[in-house]
Every structure is written in structure tokens, then in C-alpha cells.
Design a protein around this ligand. Structure first.
Ligand SMILES: [Zn+2]
Length: 579
């Protein structure tokens, strides 16, 4: 290695450790780590006393941010809306969970972000009743609840609303709701969820509403508005046809207005930008969707910041921004300027079906990738889910709870197979259950072994036993070790922010002590002590100058050292000669 390279390496390492030192310490020497919980109010904040208990849990666990659900995927809101009173959830007309949580949390120095499921509504909600034209449409013109199904053809009850349409759902309903929350409540932040297109049922069919069909052609300037009926093909100057893309080719068919929706959608999904070129018009369809989401995030930032300049923004996003850009229009690396902290949902359910140890290795690796994607763009808190982390424990209980109902109608091989499935689920929790509740384990093991031959009465008794295990699990039935190791995997992967879904799950699974232990030392949120890491050109110049100045110092000190050394050698040799 050349000396110059070595010098650069040493200097760069010094720079990195300087940066690391900045990241590790906050005001008063506190550590810098994001700690948040997501929670719907129903399970933890349904009256004053439950709210107090919940916030005390958060305080003991040194949680910095409570992300409280205020607008759900169906139609309900959990705050006392004056603009949308018909949407207030039943049972919450006399109790305002947002006001109560803010009041209690602020007493404890905890921030509150109001969490909205941005682009979904139920078919029977007031918005769909009044404005069905605001919903996304597929190539057949159908809305999601009419066109889509879940696994096993289960009906899909959500309606996805078009983010692009103006005027429409975004600017007439959603942003006014956010403005109302920011105006009427002392909320610290707005949290986006479902800030995307549908991905679970149809990542390639929305939105082809009338507005989007017209806008998509304008979006990439696919025609001259001054000459809408003229198609300007590519001029074949360069030998490769596709190389002639830049001569302002237009693609809007002459008779576009006569085409039906299905044909127009087909055009975008399978057409070619250049005659004889690859099928690539879908590129514009997918980037149009991404830009609709980016625009929404920016507009929310502008409108909410105009009301409360120090309002914060966070977002629950899918874990891979490149994939989600393609499949759900959520390329969050693009809208990060409008978000203080991204909260990618790095849930176990979004990984291959592997054992827990393998999942932890994958989680650690994924955390590194999250930070790689977010680098120079956004702060991050890695989202963990206490339901899927406990898949083994949860799935055994849910299958066993249905045992009596399912086995009653099954006979012979069918009955044996179902019994085997429950026994196989049980085999994953049995050893741990023996450690935490030996008596329960002994009884369950005997019952489950005899499962295929249990009578209806015995099955009901077994079901009661499972129900009681489910309602009041023995201490550590949900091993604390699993959550502890997940948080440690995030930290090992370089993560300095963790957000957990959800508070109710932490309570019912008796997991708060894990947070009290791992978050023992209070922390500050990274985004509150340093700006988004993207460097402005001014900062880049300053850093270059710092490097150049260190470079100069090195040569100056090196020169002085060499001079002194030579002087010493000269003096010694002279002394030798004189003696
Ligand atoms: Zn649309």
C-alpha cells in the first residue's frame, strides 16, 4: 500500500470514528437510540385509567414516542373530529383517546405521533358512500372490494383510494383530516401507514381511474397538448432503435378518446414506448404511482408544517424500498425528505418461513440493508412485531383453540391429519412449556397424544384449557428471550432505532420487562439530535476543507519531524567527528 493511500485510510478512519462518536452521545451524555411503540387505542387507552397504566408502562420502559392509531383502514377515527363526526369510532364518543394519551404522555416527557392508515376505507364508510369516484379503479373499472379476494377467495373488504386524483380523497378528505389533528391537538407528529398502493391482492392493477388514465399521459409528456391527435415517432438517427428515445417521441394513440378503460390500461401495462422496442410503457405507470405517493408526503409536510412548524413526521413502510417502489408505489427513499424517521416493518411475516435462529440472522442482515438504503436520506427505527416473533406459540394456540370445532366434523384420515398438525405445532412449544408450567405441559401432552380419539366432551374440556392458557399465559410462555434476541439482532446489524408493534401485544404477552431491561438507560431519538444525514453541498465543502487542512497539517508536522531528525543525526555525527 502506498503511503498516500495509508494516510488517507488513517484519516478516513479517524473521520469515521469522529462521526461514530457524534452518533453515540446525545445531550448530557445520554445514548442516542430511537424507541417507539405502535398502538391502537382499543387495547390500551380506552378510558383515563387504562391510558395512565399504558403511559406508565412506556415511561418505565424508556419509550420516547407513542405512535397512536387515530384513523383505521376501515372508516373509523379515534379522536373527536369536528370535521368528520360521523367517522368517530363507536364507544369513543365520550372518551377522546388522542387527547388523553397526549396529556399523560407529555407529563412523562414522551412524544405522541398520530397514526393514520392513509389510503384505505371500507365500502360502508361515509367517504365511499359520498364519493365512490375517489376510489382506485382496476382495468375493468372496479373498486378493490368488488374485484379482489384474499387467500381461499375470502372477500376483501378494503377500498383503496386514489392518491393521485385532484380534487379527490387526498386533498378533500385526508389532508384536511391531518390539518384538523395538527390544529386541534398538541400532537408531536403525524405517522403515515398504508402510504402506498395495494400490494397484498393486486400490485399491478391500480389505479386506472379516469383521472389517472389522463394524467399518466401528461406525466411523462407522452403527447403535445397543442397537438393531441398527432403521434411523433422516433427519428432513426442512431443504429439501435431504442437509442433514439430522446427526440421527444410521443405515444398517445390518435383515437385515444375512443378507447375503453380496459384497452387504455392494457396500453400502459404491455405497450412499448418505441415502435419495435421492448414492452416498457409500464415503467411510466409504476413511476407515476411512486410520484403520487411522494407528492402526497410533500403536501402533508407543507400543510401540517404551516400550522405547526415543529411538527414531526414518521412512516411505517415496507422493508425493501426498491421492491416496494415497483410493487406498491412506495419508494420511500424518494419521499424521505418529508419524513423525520422511517419505520420499516421488518416483521418476521415478511421473511421466508424459517426457524427463529435463521430469522434472527436474516433480521440482522436486513437491518444493515435498511441503513444502507437510508444512508444520507433518513433516520430509521426498525419495526419489530410481537405477534409474528411468537409464531410458534401463537399458531399452536390458535389451531388448538379451534380443535373441538374442527375435529367434530372430521373422521378417519382427516381427523388424524388435523390432530397431527396440532401435535406438530405443539412440538415447537412443548419443551419450553415444561420449563415454565410443568403441570400444564404434562396434562396437555397427554390430551394431545390422545387427540384423534377424544370424545366431544373431552374436546370441549381441552378447548377450555387452551382458552385459559391463551387468556392468561404462564409467565414466560412467550419467551422473553425471543424479543430480547430480536432487539439485539437489530443492534448488531447497526440499528439505532426500534419501534414495536404493538403495546397491547406487549401487555398480553407479558413482555414489557424485556424493554425495561434492554432500554434501561434513557435515550434520545436520533432525529431530534441530528438533522437528516443527507449532506448539503455546504457541508460537503466544509468536510473537504477539513480533510485538506488535516492533509496540510500532516505534511507540515511530518516536515518538522524530518527536519528535527536530520538535525539530530547531523549533531550526533558532528559530535562524533569532533571527539
Ligand atoms: Zn386514480
Amino acid at each position: 500500500m502506498k503511503r498516500n493511500q495509508l494516510f488517507r485510510l488513517v484519516l478516513f478512519s479517524a473521520f469515521l470514528s469522529h462521526q461514530a462518536a457524534i452518533c453515540q452521545s446525545g445531550p448530557g451524555g445520554t445514548i442516542v437510540e430511537g424507541r417507539a411503540v405502535w398502538t391502537p387505542p382499543g387495547s390500551v387507552a380506552f378510558n383515563d385509567s387504562s391510558t395512565k397504566v399504558f403511559v406508565e408502562h412506556c415511561k418505565r420502559a424508556n419509550i420516547n414516542v407513542i405512535v397512536l392509531l387515530v384513523e383505521y383502514t376501515d372508516k373509523q377515527v379515534w379522536y373527536h373530529s369536528k370535521k368528520f363526526p360521523e367517522s368517530i369510532a363507536p364507544g369513543f364518543k365520550d372518551f377522546d383517546p388522542l387527547a388523553a394519551v397526549i396529556r399523560e404522555a407529555h407529563k412523562q416527557g414522551i412524544r405522541v405521533h398520530a397514526w393514520l392508515c392513509d389510503f384505505t376505507q371500507s365500502a360502508d364508510g361515509p367517504i365511499m358512500q359520498k364519493h365512490p369516484e375517489w376510489a382506485m379503479r382496476n382495468p375493468e373499472g372496479k373498486i378493490t372490494s368488488d374485484a379482489e379476494f384474499l387467500g381461499g377467495r375470502a372477500p376483501y373488504d378494503q377500498n383503496w383510494m386514489c392518491p393521485a386524483r385532484r380534487p379527490g380523497y387526498t386533498d378533500q378528505w385526508l389532508i384536511p383530516m391531518i390539518e384538523e389533528i395538527v390544529s386541534d391537538y398538541d400532537v408531536d407528529g403525524i405517522h403515515h401507514d398504508y402510504v402506498r398502493y395495494p400490494g397484498d391482492v393486486a400490485p399491478d392493477s391500480y389505479c386506472f381511474c379516469d383521472y389517472c388514465l389522463d394524467e399518466m399521459l401528461k406525466y411523462a409528456h407522452h403527447f403535445y397538448e397543442a397537438y393531441p391527435d398527432s403521434v411523433f415517432p422516433s427519428i432513426p438517427v442512431l443504429p439501435k432503435p431504442i437509442a433514439n428515445w430522446s427526440t421527444d417521441v410521443t405515444v398517445r394513440p390518435k383515437d385515444w378518446d375512443q378507447w375503453d378503460r380496459k384497452k387504455k390500461a392494457e396500453f400502459f401495462l404491455t405497450g412499448s414506448f418505441l415502435k419495435g422496442g421492448p414492452s416498457d410503457l409500464d415503467y411510466f405507470f409504476y413511476t407515476f404511482r411512486q410520484d403520487a405517493i411522494n407528492r402526497f408526503a410533500r403536501e402533508v409536510w407543507e400543510r401540517a408544517s404551516a400550522i405547526k412548524p415543529n411538527i414531526e413526521f414518521s412512516a411505517a413502510v415496507f422493508k425493501n424500498p426498491i421492491m416496494s417502489g415497483r410493487f406498491i408505489g412506495q419508494r420511500w427513499t424518494d419521499f424521505s425528505p418529508w419524513i423525520d424517521v422511517m419505520m420499516p416493518m421488518v416483521y418476521r411475516s415478511h421473511f421466508p418461513a424459517v426457524d427463529y435462529d435463521t430469522f434472527l440472522k436474516m433480521l440482522e442482515e436486513y437491518t444493515r440493508y435498511e441503513y444502507r438504503w437510508a444512508k444520507d436520506r433518513s433516520h430509521l427505527s426498525v419495526g419489530l412485531d410481537v405477534h409474528y416473533i411468537y409464531n410458534e406459540e401463537r399458531l399452536f394456540l390458535s389451531d388448538a383453540l379451534h380443535a373441538a370445532d374442527s375435529l367434530r366434523d372430521l373422521h378417519g384420515m382427516g381427523r388424524d391429519r388435523y390432530a397431527q398438525r396440532i401435535q406438530s405445532r405443539y412440538s415447537l412449544v412443548k419443551d419450553h412449556l415444561r420449563q415454565v408450567a410443568p403441570e400444564v405441559e404434562k396434562k396437555l401432552t397427554a390430551d394431545l397424544l390422545a387427540l384423534p380419539s377424544l370424545t366431544s366432551e373431552q374436546l370441549v374440556l381441552l378447548q377450555d384449557a387452551i382458552a385459559s392458557l391463551n387468556a392468561n399465559p404462564p409467565e414466560d410462555y412467550y419467551p422473553k428471550e425471543k424479543l430480547r434476541r430480536a432487539i439485539e439482532a437489530v443492534r448488531k446489524g447497526g440499528g439505532n432505532g426500534i419501534v414495536i408493534f404493538d403495546a397491547g401485544g406487549l401487555t398480553s404477552r407479558k413482555l414489557w420487562p424485556v424493554l425495561e431491561e434492554l432500554f434501561k438507560q434513557p435515550s434520545v431519538e436520533p432525529y431530534t439530535v441530528s438533522s437528516v444525514t443527507e449532506m448539503s453541498i455546504v457541508q460537503v465543502r466544509a468536510q473537504r476543507e477539513e480533510l485538506a487542512s488535516a492533509h496540510r497539517k500532516f505534511w507540515y508536522l511530518g516536515g518538522v519531524a524530518v527536519f528535527l531528525l536530520l538535525a539530530l543525526v547531523f549533531a550526533v555525527s558532528r559530535k562524533r567527528r569532533t571527539t
